[in-house]
Ligand binder design. Structure first.
Ligand code: DQA
Length: 149
């Protein structure tokens, strides 16, 4: 099972600043990610929450249950240490994902408090980032399987 998590304001995708985030709606992105996951033989679960506490609870719920988390935490990426700590306590594969490239935007977006506790980050490819994230999950899970104990 792969858990796809979206943070605040991402429920507005499609209407929100399409030149930055693209025109795909959240439903479109979840469907495309689910299809990519199914092709890789993985099931997908999704949660979008505007509240930090709900995202922390979802990460706790993924412990010992989901093989991977793909997270686009929205603006929480830049300051939510509770998400950092929750992800640090989750030992599956972790991918940070952004539609835009935060490093090319306002200075306050240049810091990610999640980056130190994830396997890697995919940013700037708009909707294409979602299947790329599933590809990364697949490779990292394979690598873990073949690494042995
Ligand atoms: C975002 C980038 C964040 O800086 C922003 O606050 C978002 C979306 C992205 O997907 O590009 O809400 O995570």
């Amino acid at each position: 099972m792969v858990l796809l998590l979206h943070g605040p304001n991402l429920n507005l995708l499609g209407e929100r600043d399409p030149s930055t985030y693209g025109t795909a709606t959240l439903d479109d992105l979840v469907a495309a990610t689910g299809a990519a996951a199914a092709e890789a033989g993985l099931a997908l679960e999704h949660l979008q929450a505007n509240a930090e506490a709900d995202l922390v609870a979802a990460i706790h719920g993924a412990r010992h249950r989901c093989a991977a988390i793909v997270v686009n935490a929205g603006a929480l990426t830049h300051y939510a240490w509770s998400l950092h700590d929750a992800l640090a306590s989750y030992d599956g594969v972790k991918i940070e994902l952004h539609l835009s490239n935060p490093a090319a935007r306002e200075p306050w977006r240049h810091v990610s408090v999640l980056a130190p506790v994830v396997d890697g980050t995919i940013a700037g490819f708009k909707a294409d980032g979602y299947p790329l994230a599933i590809g990364a999950v697949e490779r990292l899970l394979d690598r873990r399987r073949t690494a042995g104990p």
